[in-house]
Write a protein that binds this ligand. Structure first.
Ligand SMILES: Nc1ncnc2c1ncn2[C@@H]1O[C@H](COP(=O)(O)OP(=O)(O)O)[C@@H](O)[C@H]1O
Ligand SMILES: [Mg+2]
Length: 427
């Protein structure tokens, strides 16, 4: 089988790595891919937003299955386009992808179907939003409705911060059309969890839980990023809470989409806040998380192609997936300055080190010139390690990182701290 993977980050590198192990897969193309995955996949110079060119390529090369990494092509309707042209593709239709593409739409689905989420109001102009900010409790959360590359949400501690966020979106139009509507959402207290499920619309396969670390600095300090690291499993989430996540969020959402006549196929990724009243949905994503996927696929046992292919065929009930019981930690190595301005083009040393069988290094923003690796993005590498338990996995990940050097490297040294703290508390 020939597979086309759309995207270029460490998430896509991990997907290519996992697909490569499938007994069905004979060739993988990646669009645009990266130098880091070039030994596993043939890179094709097409951007994820070039939907028609991607469909032409899939037709010409007789691709058996296309898998989409990032959200933009899904929200722009790549699945509908491929389906119209008789091409097999994994992911939700444009209508179903609105779960991620419009936070207001997601809220409507949740409120009509009894899925727990933060209380909220939707505004289409600045004045009434600003008025509301004069008599609400703080902190409060301001969210752009549409896709804003992870920059559209402000957790405002004060009225001044909240007003600035409203003006930025609605007056300065920082997010363009994505900020035409704004949500003002109650602040939820608790621990965040990433819950993924693969579904063909009927069968729902929950994947192992993961926890991201959004803030750039240790102890969750500093600005929010695309994600600085993940780990799995989450020993602090009880079986009872896990059951609630699966039953009250993942299964409920898939059923809700069927009831609403927008059946969902593909990866449903709920960002959750574990509150005292149980899990509440912060947002939906309609694709795999980055960097959650790196940890999840490291733990997944089974044929990833079979899972994706069965989902496309509506036969997800015929495949089984097991999970490596070991702990996995993913640490993102970034460029100094990220998520703001950063420099690139620094020489990376040590990537050819022997990292051992329990470590994988996935490339996010790197470039290879004359056999030499250079930094080429804000997030540069994902270092993934499996270990007997979380401390062991962490040690392996950070030992591997010690072998890699480049100027102005930054990374969090505390990935998994919430789980370790919970375990300390229990002793
Ligand atoms: N209601 C809320 N209460 C507390 N924190 C929130 C709330 N909504 C969002 N956040 C924080 O903001 C981050 C980004 O919000 P999210 O809804 O996931 O949007 P996006 O990923 O599109 O930027 C979350 O990961 C969470 O840390
Ligand atoms: Mg999010």
């Amino acid at each position: 089988m020939k597979v086309l993977v759309i995207g270029s980050g460490a998430r896509e590198h991990a997907m290519v790595w996992k697909l490569r192990q499938s007994r069905h897969v004979t060739q993988i193309y990646a669009a645009p891919g990266s130098d880091g995955m070039a030994s596993l996949a043939e890179c094709v110079p097409l951007k994820p937003t070039q939907l028609r060119e991607l469909a032409d390529f899939a037709r010409e090369r007789k691709i058996d299955l296309t898998v989409v990494g990032p959200e933009d092509p899904l929200v722009d309707g790549i699945v509908d386009l491929f389906q119209r042209r008789g091409l097999r593709i994994y992911g939700p239709t444009q209508k179903a992808a609105r779960l991620e593409g419009s936070k207001a739409f997601a809220k409507e689905i949740m409120s009509r179907n009894g899925i727990q989420t933060g209380g909220h109001k939707v505004y289409e102009s600045a004045q009434p939003a600003l008025e509301y900010l004069g008599n609400c409790d703080y902190p409060i959360v301001i969210k752009a409705d549409g896709l804003a590359a992870g920059k559209g949400v402000t957790v405002a501690k004060t009225q001044e911060q909240a007003e600035a966020a409203v003006r930025e979106a609605m007056v300065a139009k920082r997010f363009g059309a994505a900020g035409r509507k704004l949500l003002i959402e109650d602040f939820l207290q608790g621990e965040e969890v990433s819950a993924h499920a693969i579904t063909d619309g009927h069968t729902i396969l929950p994947l192992c839980l993961a926890q991201d670390h959004k803030a750039v600095g240790d102890g969750d300090t500093g600005e929010n990023t695309g994600g600085m690291g993940t780990y799995s499993p989450l020993p602090q989430v009880s079986d009872e809470h896990l059951a609630a996540i699966e039953r009250d969020v993942l299964v409920q959402t898939v059923h809700a989409m069927n009831r609403e006549d927008v059946p969902f196929k593909g990866t449903l990724f709920a960002g959750l806040m574990m509150t005292r009243q149980g899990p509440k949905v912060l947002e939906y994503n309609v694709r795999f998380g980055d960097p959650e996927t790196q940890s999840i696929l490291m733990r997944m046992k089974g044929d990833f192609y079979e899972v994706l292919s069965a989902t496309v065929d509506g036969k997800l009930d015929t495949v089984e997936v097991d999970w490596d019981p070991r702990a996995v930690v993913t640490v993102v190595l970034a460029s100094g300055g990220y998520p703001r301005e950063f420099e690139k083009g620094y020489k990376i040393r040590g990537l050819d080190s022997d990292f051992g069988p329990d470590v994988q290094v996935f490339h996010a923003g790197t470039k290879r010139v004359d056999g030499q690796w250079y930094t080429n993005g804000g997030r540069v590498l994902s270092v993934v390690a499996a270990g007997a338990d979380l401390p062991d996995a962490r040690r392996k990940a950070y030992d591997a990182i010690a072998k890699i050097q480049y100027d102005r490297m930054v990374f969090r040294k505390d990935i998994g701290w919430r789980a370790l703290k919970a375990q300390e508390g229990r002793k």
